[in-house]
Design a protein around this ligand. Structure first.
Ligand code: PHE
Length: 343
């Protein structure tokens, strides 16, 4: 097509020649981009055909030109579909894309070691007839300290040890507030276990992390003794670490138990003869425990003359470390699946 055809002569455009030329070009187009350029050239706003249509004066020429336009539109649409299809065919064969191949496998997760321990603990205590509690992590000073008979000067009340959200609101430093909540909600006898996260302002080291879990147990009934506590802890330790475990008590102090003890479980790595895991003592510390202090009973309106009870608090992370032989606590807070898949 010549470029210097004057608009004035456009009305007299040779429609047949134009159509031939355009159809030949469309047939020769080999990519969608080329086709788009040709469409602009032959059917665009400034194309010869559109200008001629705009300048049409008689009906017959108008009908002829419109028929050409329609046939060209058709030709473009068909060619476009052809090109799309061959483009797809080419992509499918040249990229070697096999639509029958199975999809990529999604990574499969598994229970976190802490969760595995949690489930064992829950199952064990459910088997003993305990109720499972879940309490708030944001706790009042009243429940985290006061009602548990912490003396006003106790170091845990300091903002250097504890995360304060307000003057009288903290991130709980232990699961022991569950003892208070439970005794306020139920009349004894009660048997409950509460598992969850607790927070302390500790720097991160191989053995410490500012967030960790505890499982808290509380049993209040008539005539409960330290022997019941020992038997109960022995039972759960055997569920966690195997039937040949032994448990021993060392005296300790907690504001809300009297007497207070720290339970140890015999080391499973060396069987109690001494190794690096147990620092050559044959024993591993489990947490804290004791008989419920009468002041705690008074704070929740339980008669200490009629009822007695024991409480204990242990760390699932520590248990997971022992059970899975993990020497540090930090991997337990990793989100790297390669780390977590090992357990
Ligand atoms: N709450 C204590 C701690 O975190 C553990 C404990 C629980 C002690 C129950 C006695 C009774 O250290």
């Amino acid at each position: 097509m010549s470029k210097n055809r004057e608009p004035a002569t456009v009305a007299a455009v040779d429609a047949a020649a134009l159509e031939q030329e355009a159809l030949a070009a469309v047939a020769a187009a080999s990519t969608p981009a080329e086709l788009t350029a040709l469409r602009t050239r032959y059917l665009g706003r400034k194309s010869e055909l559109k200008q001629a249509l705009r300048n049409v004066r008689d009906r017959e020429t108008g009908m002829t030109l419109n028929a050409v336009r329609e046939r060209l539109e058709d030709a473009f649409a068909r060619r476009e579909a052809d090109l799309d299809r061959s483009e797809l065919d080419r992509a499918l064969s040249s990229d070697g894309f096999d639509v029958t191949l199975p999809g990529e496998e999604l990574p499969v997760g598994q229970l976190h070691p802490t969760t595995q321990v949690r489930r064992i603990v829950e199952d064990t205590f459910l088997g003993l007839g305990y109720e499972i509690r879940d309490d708030r992590e944001v706790e009042t000073v009243e429940y985290n300290f006061d009602k548990l008979a912490f003396p006003p000067t106790h170091s845990s009340r300091s903002p250097r040890d504890t995360f304060f959200l307000a003057d009288d609101v903290v991130l709980r430093t232990e699961t022991s507030p569950s003892q208070i909540h439970h005794l306020e909600a139920r009349e004894p006898p009660v048997y409950m276990v509460s598992i969850g996260r607790v927070y302390r302002r500790d720097a991160i080291t191989p053995t410490r992390f500012p967030i960790f879990h505890q499982f808290e147990g509380l049993a209040v009934d008539r005539g409960i003794t330290l022997a019941d506590l020992k038997g109960t802890l022995l039972h759960v330790m055997r569920a966690l670490f195997g039937d040949d475990r032994r448990v021993r008590f060392r005296t300790h102090y907690f504001p809300f138990t009297e007497p207070s003890i720290e339970p140890d479980v015999s080391c499973g790595v060396c069987g109690g003869t001494g190794c690096r895991t147990c620092k050559f003592t044959g024993w591993i510390e489990l947490g804290g425990a004791g008989m419920v202090d009468p002041r705690v009973f008074e704070n929740v309106g339980v008669d200490p003359e009629e009822w007695s009870g024991f409480a204990f608090g242990c760390g699932p992370e520590r248990a997971a470390q022992l059970r899975f032989g993990i020497s540090e606590i930090r991997p337990l807070w990793s989100t790297d699946l390669r780390v977590l898949r090992q357990f």
